[in-house]
Design a protein around this ligand. Structure first.
Ligand code: PGA
Length: 255
């Protein structure tokens, strides 16, 4: 890995405030000495307050799982990027496949959220992924490059370089069926080649590309050893302090 590794835990709709506080306290103890890996956790909105209270003086970033495309206004039920930043968040997941699928967020909406995130002073983690049907039809490259191009849209090169891209094949999320290290490297290499062709060289050198989809302690090392894999976005295994810590240790060893 040439870029600094980044391991992020997506807690999805798990762990309300009490449980999240305990979990964050355990992570704080277990990961306090970790200096080689950038870390972030994405609690539910209602647990962000307690988690930032526990982690605010550590290097573990807290992030928000989804933001509105507008900063404020008559948008009942939404979460503002600006407010998330004020609540102590440093990062936002943008376009997770569950958000694309269940909330009907379009590629254009994803670009607007990436902008919102950056203009609120947070760093985006832009999620991309193909469905099983798209993979079986041979449309992986077309699907992912289109998602990436539309998500980045008119962002400036220096903005793109601060984004993290997370490749999460939809068929591997929460299924226990991870992509193979070779499949992951093939896609990550393709995404980096696209970045190199479309932006000044520093963008492809700096933009981190994470893999997500059934990353566990037993497959993390092999995936993280791939040259274009800069870390992982971890769902299920991030709910277990031991498992998450072991994945962070695998990233530290690969750094
Ligand atoms: P998983 O989820 O690790 O449980 O597959 C990954 C994600 O959705 O970010």
């Amino acid at each position: 890995m040439t870029r600094r590794p980044f391991i992020a835990g997506n807690w999805k709709l798990h762990m309300g405030p009490d449980r999240a506080r305990q979990h964050a306290e355990s992570l704080r103890v277990r990961l306090l000495g970790e200096e080689r890996v950038d870390l972030a956790v994405f609690p539910t909105d209602l647990s962000i307050g307690v988690v930032t209270a526990v982690l605010h003086d550590t290097a573990i970033h807290v992030g928000v799982q989804h933001i509105a495309q507008e900063p404020e206004g008559a948008w009942t039920g939404q979460t503002s990027a600006r407010h998330a930043r004020l609540a102590g968040c440093h990062r936002a997941l943008i376009g997770h496949s569950e958000v694309r699928q269940y909330l009907g967020v379009t590629d254009e909406g994803i670009h607007q959220r990436a902008r919102q995130c950056l203009s609120s002073g947070m760093l985006p983690v832009i999620c991309l992924g193909e469905s099983l049907a798209q993979r079986e039809a041979g449309h992986v490259e077309h699907t992912l490059l289109r998602q990436l191009e539309l998500a980045l849209g008119s962002l400036e090169p220096d903005e793109v370089a601060t984004c993290t891209v997370a490749y999460e094949p939809v068929w591997a999320i929460g299924t226990g069926k991870s992509a193979t290290p070779a499949q992951v490297q093939e896609v990550h290499g393709m995404l980096r080649t696209w970045l190199r062709a479309h932006y000044p060289g520093f963008v492809a050198d700096q933009t981190r590309i994470l893999y997500g989809g059934s990353v566990k302690p037993n497959n993390a090392s092999e995936i993280l050893a791939q040259p274009d894999v800069d870390g992982a976005l971890v769902g299920g295994a991030s709910l277990d302090v031991d498992a998450f810590t072991r994945i962070v240790e695998a990233a530290s060893a690969a750094a």
